[in-house]
Write a protein that binds this ligand. Structure first.
Ligand code: KG4
Ligand code: ZN
Length: 356
């Protein structure tokens, strides 16, 4: 049995969780989030300096409250984990320094966690998590990737966005429509009333230099431009913008593209399970479309629970417990943070000589 305290501060959510692994049973004992979203919303996006300061202010209290809720004392813990890459360097530093300090003070091992490995592990918090091999569609504010997870947990990226991530497209289009940050939930709420077929929008594709298209890759920047043009022409002709129809048409084309390319990738690679994680995986239209379309192709869809799609610390704890179980050892207390680090090299976070 292992119990871990996990910290997540890579962007604009300060999050703390306590998780326990007993045999193969993963249990979230407590998971709390102090969101800064409302404060960043007035600037239309995340202000890194504000994010770091708020993490410093929020973490000590949040750690105390989360431990209390979990019924665990620090002396009951087997390890401390914190996200160390990728993300805003100053924000990551707060969680990392806090985690390493607690680990050193209480003579506990420390595990630095790759944020995307956390998102991937969030599906383990579902009621019936799938067993590898499976294909993961990771759709967040910073990433849109298709990753094959093999029998031994090995990861191979099969598709990616060449420009904006899907969540970034939601955020930018929301801003165009005058909606609040973060854009995903705002567009989803508005789109419920809209006509998703009213505005035909492009399904951006990425050309191969040798001709044809990369079948599993994405491009969302042209879509954002198309919405902008549509908005400009509507402004010239209509008194009020049909916001709900615009939101629904945009949301539909993003869902169509993600579903088509993910399922094609899964079926080309003979994978019968598709996992959807990350903030955009909280989108209801996407979840519904993925489930109904996949079912027709004999592919089962597994999503992380809604509460663990957007950034949280439970997913970080789940990734850390997976690492603990696999016996990789621990991270050095010298491990720092990095704004970027490739997911397929996350093993290096457990090297005796840390990569950053
Ligand atoms: O995973 P996440 O919390 O943070 C990153 O690691 O990036 O994802 C945040 C992104 C934002 O772009 C947000 O607009 C989007 O996820 N998002 C959604 C929804 N909820 C959050 N996008 C579409 N529909 C949603 N319901
Ligand atoms: Zn994230």
């Amino acid at each position: 049995m292992s119990t871990v305290l996990a910290l997540e501060t890579s962007c604009d959510e300060s999050a703390v969780a306590v998780l326990r692994l007993e045999g193969s049973q993963l249990q979230v004992l407590a998971s709390r989030i102090a969101s800064q979203v409302a404060e960043h919303a007035q600037w239309g996006g995340v202000v890194p300096e504000i994010a770091s300061r708020r993490h410093v202010e929020a973490l000590p209290h949040l750690i105390g409250e989360t431990l209390k809720e979990s019924g665990q004392a620090i002396s009951d813990l087997d390890a401390i984990a914190a996200t160390v890459t990728p993300g805003l360097a100053g924000a990551l530093m707060v969680g990392s320094v806090t985690g390493r300090t607690l680990a050193a003070l209480h003579s506990l091992p420390f595990l630095g966690v790759h944020h995307l490995e956390g998102h991937l592990a969030s599906v383990l918090l579902a009621e019936h998590p799938p067993k590898p091999p499976y294909l993961v569609l990771l759709v967040s504010g910073g990433h849109t990737e298709l990753i094959r997870v093999g029998l031994a947990g090995e990861m191979l990226r099969l598709g990616r966005s060449h420009d904006d991530a899907a969540g970034e497209a939601f955020d930018k289009v929301a801003r165009l429509l005058g909606l609040a940050y973060p854009g995903g939930p705002a567009i989803q709420a508005l789109a419920v009333e809209g006509d998703a077929g009213r505005f035909p929008l492009p399904k951006g594709r990425v050309s191969k230099p040798s001709g044809g298209f990369y079948p599993y890759d994405f491009s969302f920047s042209g879509l954002k431009t198309a919405v902008m043009r549509q908005v400009e022409s509507l402004k010239a002709s209509e008194a009020t913008l049909p916001l709900a129809d615009l939101a629904a048409s945009f949301e539909q084309v993003v869902a169509d593209v993600l579903v088509e390319r993910s399922l094609r990738c899964a079926s080309d690679h003979g994978l019968e399970n598709l996992v959807m994680v990350g903030g955009v995986a909280a989108n209801q239209r996407l979840r519904n479309l993925m489930e109904t379309t996949a079912a027709k192709q004999g592919i089962a869809v597994h999503c992380s629970p809604l509460a663990f799609c957007t950034d949280n610390a439970a997913m970080v704890g789940a990734a850390a417990l997976q690492r603990l179980r696999s016996g990789v050892g621990f991270s050095s207390l010298e491990l720092g943070v990095s704004a970027r680090w490739p997911l397929d090299q996350s093993q290096a976070l457990y090297d005796l000589s840390p990569p950053f």
